[in-house]
Write a protein that binds this ligand. Structure first.
Ligand SMILES: NC(=O)c1ccc[n+]([C@@H]2O[C@H](COP(=O)([O-])OP(=O)(O)OC[C@H]3O[C@@H](n4cnc5c(N)ncnc54)[C@H](OP(=O)(O)O)[C@@H]3O)[C@@H](O)[C@H]2O)c1
Length: 254
């Protein structure tokens, strides 16, 4: 069995027609790659290539099952991702409807030089921001092709995930399957708000060290004190698959 076939047979049951879609929000997959010591990037947020080639193929295939891919502005500034599904078979990437990049950015810090605005390969991003965003920044981003959508903030002053998801779920956006890819603060927000349906973690057999950034609370204090202990979800039907040198853990969240 080729790696592409292996990955498809592993993932497709989770996205079959029987997948229960939600009434009021998209079905949400949270996915990221971590080291054995639970780190998702290096010291000071330095981007790390944790996944092996086979698990990268899995992540890109996973993107094809989703209408939208979400990351926070921290990941855009740090990693400048394209958020496209690549590494597919036989030029499939040009034939599929690529997922929509969706960014959370309350202060419109989105760089005009980002690949999502400058590369022909990428779909222009939808940027969700705060109701009191800077009009001038909004205008410039929109002139560069982005769609900027102001939404409510929650009681902590962060963009409200509930408002965001209800907007995404409905017309004209109609996102039914959303893949949340990080980084650390976005992962923590989705876990804390109990908004994940499916969790897929790539575990790479490396140690990164204590000063690196962890997915669930780290030494940069990306979350408030004592919050980390409140974000452990109940996992159900946990399965593991080895892809190359990595282990993939997949679990439903109840
Ligand atoms: N290993 C992996 O799979 C993986 C994947 C992705 C990223 N990463 C790593 O993650 C790091 C970036 O993580 P990060 O924590 O700095 O940034 P992030 O999670 O990508 O973005 C966080 C920012 O999003 C904005 N935001 C708006 N609404 C939010 C909400 N409701 N909840 C949380 N954030 C909200 C906030 O900025 P404003 O207040 O300005 O809006 C916040 O600072 C990078 O080092 C990157 O390499 C790793």
């Amino acid at each position: 069995m080729s790696i592409h076939e292996k990955v498809k047979s592993f993932l497709s049951p989770y996205y079959s027609k029987e997948t229960i879609l939600k009434d009021n929000r998209p079905f949400i997959t949270l996915t990221y790659a971590q080291s054995l010591d639970g780190k998702i990037s290096g010291k000071g947020g330095k981007q790390l290539r944790l996944s092996c080639e086979e698990s990268m193929i899995m992540t890109h295939r996973l993107r094809t099952y989703h209408d939208g891919i979400m990351v926070g502005i921290g990941t855009i500034i740090n990693d400048d991702p394209r958020l496209t599904a690549r590494l597919l078979e036989n030029g499939e990437e040009s034939k599929i409807n690529q997922p929509q990049p969706i960014i959370l950015d309350s202060e419109l810090r989105f760089p005009l030089s980002a690949k999502l605005l400058t590369s022909n390969e990428c779909k222009s991003p939808w940027i969700f921001t705060s109701q009191n965003c800077d009009d001038e920044k909004r205008k410039v981003l929109e002139q560069s092709g982005a769609k900027v959508i102001p939404i409510d903030s929650d009681q902590d002053g962060q963009l409200s995930l509930m408002h965001l998801l209800s907007i995404l779920h409905n017309q004209p956006f109609s996102i039914k399957h959303l893949m949340v890819e990080g980084g650390a603060r976005i992962i923590q927000s989705f876990l804390r708000n109990e908004l994940i349906d499916l969790l897929i973690i790539t575990i790479a057999p490396v140690f990164v060290g204590p000063e690196a950034v962890s997915a669930t609370g780290d030494n940069r204090k990306t979350i408030k004190e004592n919050e980390a202990e409140n974000i452990f979800p109940n996992l159900e039907s946990v399965k593991y698959e080895q892809l190359g040198k990595d282990i993939i853990m997949i679990a439903n969240i109840v």
